[in-house]
Design a protein around this ligand. Sequence first.
Ligand SMILES: [Mg+2]
Length: 263
Amino acid sequence: MAATPIECPGNTEAPGGSSQLSNYSDVGVEDRPVKLLVLDVEGTLFRTEVRLPGTSLDSTIWQGIAHALGPEAVREEVETHRHWEKGGYGSYLEWMKDTISIHIRHGLSYDLFHHLISSAQYNPGVVETLSQIDRTAYELLLISGGFRELAVRAQRDLKIPHAFAACEYLFGNNGSLEAYNLLPCDFEGKIDFIQLMLREYGLSSKDWVFVGDGSNDVPIARNAPISVGYRAHPDLKKVVMYAIDDFYELVDILKLSCDAQDG
Ligand SMILES: [Mg+2]
């Protein structure tokens, strides 16, 4: 597909021409973007390869870890989903802590975890589409209920300056999981991080576009002025403004969003 930069009217004379990726670290108040492009990570940027039986939440890594740790870990992970559906957890943080205890119990190692991170595949068209976005028009922000380590891969590959991810693993010298960092960054929690970044960039509550795939993205999609469901879970499909199966379709949606802004 031809690489036509996605530009907002009035933002076509950015220094650096079409090589916008090199400018991402220079954003100042005067250069602030017109909008934030907020992207979910697992299932949206990266493929979901493992869907454990009887679960409805797509995840690239959480379920991939259970699958790699064996049948007993899978059984315990599926049990956490049952417990979630019955309202047994007070928060996403509680669910993560319970799930992490499964990983520790079944001996998740640094090597296995990083093998899963490094072998995750981008969805078709993701890298090509995001590489051509004019960063003076859209600043990219990743919001993930999954792992920071996976978000970091996309940050390196696509020069994305901001990412909030719910879980980060800290391994000891012997390769075992020693500690972790958790953020309340899923379901309603995602919205708080977006509001923080809108405020930081001096943007309004109308100045963002969201792209996600899962049922956990329903609250954020309901709040987004423009919401896009990529190969979306049926619950998400019901609430998004645009449902797409081809990531390239995002190009036209972002152009339309720019036109609306200009008009
Ligand atoms: Mg997702």
